[in-house]
Design a protein around this ligand. Structure first.
Ligand code: GAF
Length: 401
C-alpha cells in the first residue's frame, strides 16, 4: 500500500534551490542530482499525434525541478513541494494510488521496471512553475523529469526517445489518458530558440528556428478544466480509430488517419456517419496545416502561419468539438488586436490555454484588450504567460543550469 499525507509547512517559491532545500530539510541530506523538466507549447498540430501525424511543439520556460537520490531504504519516498504532500511506497509494490500527483511518478517507475530496470528505493522532491490544468503538459514534465533522473542515477543508458515512450505509457496506465507522444517528446527534445516538427509515425524530427524576441508566444489561460476532459480525449481517439477501421475496408493501406485523404472520406461519408466524418476530416486537414505552417515558417511568413492557426482553432471548435466558450472568446478577442498573427486553443482542449503569436510591441495592448473582453464576458481576468523556448529535460549543474 502507499502512504500519503500533507505536510504542515507551506512551500516557498518553486525554484531549483527551493526544491533542493526542501529535499535537504525533509530527508536530512543533500540530493546528489537536480533535474529540470520543461512544460511545452504547441504551435499547431492538435490531436494529430495519436493519429501518427505531425505536431509542432516547443519546450518552454515553465519548468518543474526535481531533487533525487537513490536510497538504502527499500522505500520510494516522494514529496510534492508545491502541494505540500508526501507519498511512500515499496519499490516492489508499485501500483496506481489514490494520490493523483504520485501516480505520474509511480507510473514511470512501473514502466522502468517493465523494461527490466531494478528500481531500488529512492527519495524525490519535485515542484515548479508549470501551471496545472493549463494544457502546458505539467504531467509530461513530471513523468519525463523522473524518468530522466532515474536513468541518470541508475546508469541505465535508456535513450531519450525510449524515455519519452516510457513516460507516455506511464500516462496511459497510471493516469488513464491515452495520450500521444507529443508532450513527452517536447519536454525531452526541446531546443532553445526553436520549435520542433515531429513526425509521430517515423519519429523523425526537425528543428525550426523561432525567435521569441521577434514574435512573442503569449498564452492566455481560460482557467477552465473540464472534468470530462480525459474521458472526452479518449473518446476522440476511439472515434478516429473507428474512422480508420471503416476506411480500411476500402483502402487496406490506410494504417492511420495520417494515410487518409479528404477524397476518401468524402467517398465513404455515409458509411462513416456525420460525427466520425467530421472528426476524421479535422485530423486530415490539421496534418496538412502543420506541413503548410512549417513552409510558412521557413519563408518567415508569420501572417500566413497565423492563418493556419485560426483555421486549426475553427476545426477544433466545429469539427473536433474540443473547444469551449472561454477559449473561443479568447481567440475571437485576439483576432481583433492589431499585431496578432494567429491564435488558437492549445493542447487536448475543454479548457486550458490559447496560444497567440503577437508582435512584441503589441503584447501589452494584446493582454489588455483580450483580458478586457474576457472579463466583460466571464467576470474575471485571465492569467497570461509570455514564454520562450528552452532546451529539453537536463541535469542542473552546480552553477544552476
Ligand atoms: C494532450 C495529449 F497528451 C497529447 O498527446 C496530444 O494529443 C494533445 O493533447 C492534443 O494535441 O496534450
Amino acid at each position: 500500500f502507499a502512504l500519503s499525507f500533507t505536510l504542515s509547512q507551506s512551500p516557498p517559491m518553486s525554484t531549483p534551490s527551493a526544491v533542493a532545500a526542501t529535499f535537504e530539510r525533509h530527508f536530512g541530506y543533500a540530493a546528489p542530482l537536480l533535474v529540470r523538466a520543461p512544460g511545452r507549447v504547441n504551435l499547431i498540430g492538435e490531436h494529430t499525434d495519436y493519429n501518427q501525424g505531425f505536431v509542432l511543439p516547443a519546450a518552454v520556460d515553465k519548468e518543474l525541478y526535481f531533487a533525487v537520490s537513490l536510497s538504502e531504504k527499500a522505500q520510494i519516498r516522494l514529496v510534492s513541494h508545491d502541494l505540500n504532500e508526501t507519498c511512500a511506497i515499496a519499490p516492489d509494490q508499485v501500483h496506481r494510488t489514490e494520490t493523483q500527483w504520485a501516480n505520474y511518478l509511480l507510473g514511470v517507475v512501473a514502466q522502468l521496471q517493465k523494461r527490466g530496470v531494478a528500481v531500488p528505493g529512492f527519495d524525490c522532491v519535485f515542484g515548479g512553475n508549470v501551471p496545472i490544468g493549463a494544457g502546458m503538459s505539467s504531467s509530461a514534465a513530471v513523468e519525463c523529469g523522473l524518468a530522466f533522473a532515474l536513468n541518470q542515477l541508475l546508469g541505465t543508458g535508456i535513450d531519450k526517445m525510449e524515455l519519452a515512450h516510457a513516460a507516455q505509457k506511464a500516462e496511459h496506465e497510471y493516469a488513464g489518458v491515452m495520450c500521444g507522444i507529443m508532450d513527452q517528446f517536447a519536454s525531452l527534445f526541446g531546443q532553445a530558440g526553436s520549435v520542433v516538427r515531429l513526425d509521430c509515425r517515423s519519429l523523425e524530427y526537425d528543428y525550426f528556428p523561432f525567435d521569441t524576441q521577434a514574435c512573442r508566444i503569449v498564452l492566455c489561460n481560460s482557467g477552465v478544466k473540464h472534468s470530462l476532459a480525459d474521458s472526452e480525449y479518449n473518446k476522440r481517439r476511439q472515434e478516429c480509430e473507428r474512422g480508420v477501421e471503416i476506411l480500411r475496408r476500402h483502402y487496406p493501406q490506410v494504417q492511420s488517419l495520417r494515410d487518409a485523404t479528404l477524397e476518401q472520406l468524402e467517398t465513404h461519408r455515409d458509411e462513416l456517419g456525420p460525427l466520425t466524418f467530421r472528426r476524421c476530416a479535422y485530423v486530415v486537414r490539421e496534418n496538412e496545416r502543420v506541413l503548410a505552417a512549417c513552409r510558412h515558417l521557413e519563408q518567415h511568413d508569420l501572417a500566413a502561419f497565423g492563418q493556419q492557426m485560426y483555421a486549426s482553432h475553427a476545426g477544433l471548435r466545429d469539427d473536433y468539438e474540443v473547444s469551449c466558450e472561454e477559449l473561443d472568446v479568447l481567440v475571437e478577442a485576439a483576432r481583433q488586436v492589431p499585431g496578432v498573427y494567429g491564435a488558437r486553443m492549445m493542447g487536448g482542449g475543454f479548457g486550458g490555454c490559447t496560444i497567440n503569436l503577437v508582435a512584441p510591441e503589441q503584447v501589452e495592448a494584446f493582454i489588455g484588450q483580450v483580458g478586457a473582453a474576457f472579463e466583460q464576458r466571464f467576470g474575471r481576468v485571465p492569467e497570461t504567460y509570455q514564454t520562450t523556448s528552452v532546451g529539453g529535460v537536463s541535469e542542473i549543474g552546480p552553477g544552476g543550469r
